[in-house]
Design a protein around this ligand. Structure first.
Ligand SMILES: Nc1nc2c(c(=O)[nH]1)N[C@H]1C(S)=C(S)[C@@H](COP(=O)(O)O)O[C@H]1N2
Ligand SMILES: [Mo]
Length: 317
């Protein structure tokens, strides 16, 4: 297949609405099917999800056993330094981001190079919902019903060359839309990366929504990465560029503090962060008296372990 570049005229058959318009919400279909009956108690999505409804089917193979966090938890406790460094800053400040129209540049060791309108990149990919745990270095965690598609599906369609060994994801750089970029907390733009085999793993996910709605700005609208076995900082938000590379990219957190943040960033209770233990985590929303939960290797997604056989994970953290 071939993607239409962003600078080519739109065909009349291309209607973004056909991608986005929903016949029913994911949450409703879930409740109807009883797929998450155990957690479908009134109020688990409290705070009324807002935003355009997405048509997507729940994928029961990826339904975390834990109760999802509420919409309010997921959308008001964020890390998105482009909008401020407090967890509550992105919800307050991300209104200046304009997630549409949006285009994504594909570059490097790949056949389908160019700048593509987002709706054209998304169009061939059916949307599904997956409930994933997210575990951050700062030892908090959440359970989030994402809507999107496997990163591997996109990569296959883009046709990387045999030289492509890494994939890098770059966030928008625009200090007008992203006021946090007027300061020097990090080197902008934000860049994250995966080894090609990690990127091709069926768990690696491109999210365009949560709770059956388009991503709110603070969650990384309109396109963000979700890598559930790695610490939260691997999930680049508001992606404008994907590079296929022979060499590992310099990623933002590893560049800013290599002692504290490595390239791999696999969730690992056995490797302490230099300033705190990584053995336990606190589930957001449980209140101050919530018991600390044991952090699991690879955040519980042990099916990825074979990607790292022979690698010393305390050295390659
Ligand atoms: N562009 C960008 N992406 C980012 C960040 C950021 O500051 N800027 N923070 C990362 C970190 S540290 C985490 S924990 C997750 C948080 O995602 P969430 O707000 O959806 O929970 O986003 C990651 N992606
Ligand atoms: Mo994080």
């Amino acid at each position: 297949m071939r993607y239409r570049r962003a600078d080519e005229p739109k065909g009349s058959e291309i209607t973004p609405e056909s991608v986005w318009t929903a016949r029913r919400s994911v949450v409703k279909s879930l409740l109807g099917a009883g797929a998450i009956g155990a957690v479908a108690t009134p109020g688990w999505a409290a705070g009324s999800p807002t935003g355009r409804i997405l048509e997507a089917k729940h994928n029961p193979a990826y339904g975390a056993e834990d109760t999802p966090n509420t919409w309010d938890d997921v959308t008001t406790y964020n890390n998105f330094y482009e909008f401020g460094t407090d967890k509550s800053d992105p919800a307050r400040n991300a209104g200046s981001l304009r997630p549409a129209p949006w285009s994504v540049t594909i570059a490097g060791e790949v056949q389908q190079r160019g700048t593509f309108a987002l709706e054209d990149l998304l169009k061939p990919h059916p949307l599904e919902e997956r409930i994933y745990r997210l575990r951050c270095v700062e030892a908090w965690s959440m359970v989030i019903p994402w809507v999107g598609f496997p990163l591997a599906d996109l990569i296959k369609r883009l046709q990387p060359t045999s030289k492509a060994k890494f994939v890098a994801f770059t966030t928008l750089k625009d200090p007008v839309q992203m006021p946090g970029q007027r300061g020097g907390v990090l080197d902008w733009p934000y860049v994250e990366g995966l080894r090609m085999d990690e990127a091709m793993h069926p768990l690696a996910f491109m999210a365009v929504g949560l709770y059956g709605r388009v991503l709110p700005n603070q969650s990384g609208a309109p396109l963000r990465l979700v890598v559930p076995w790695k610490y939260g900082f691997k999930s680049a938000k508001s992606i404008v560029r994907i590079d296929f590379l022979e060499r590992p990219p310099t990623t933002t957190w590893a560049a800013s503090n290599p002692r504290e943040y490595g390239f791999f960033a696999n969730v690992n209770p056995a490797v302490d962060h230099p300033r705190w233990s990584q053995k336990t985590e606190r589930r957001i929303g449980g209140g101050v008296f919530a018991p600390r939960i044991q952090t699991r290797p690879f955040n519980g997604y042990t099916e990825v372990a074979s990607l790292y056989s022979g690698l010393d994970l305390s050295r390659w953290f």
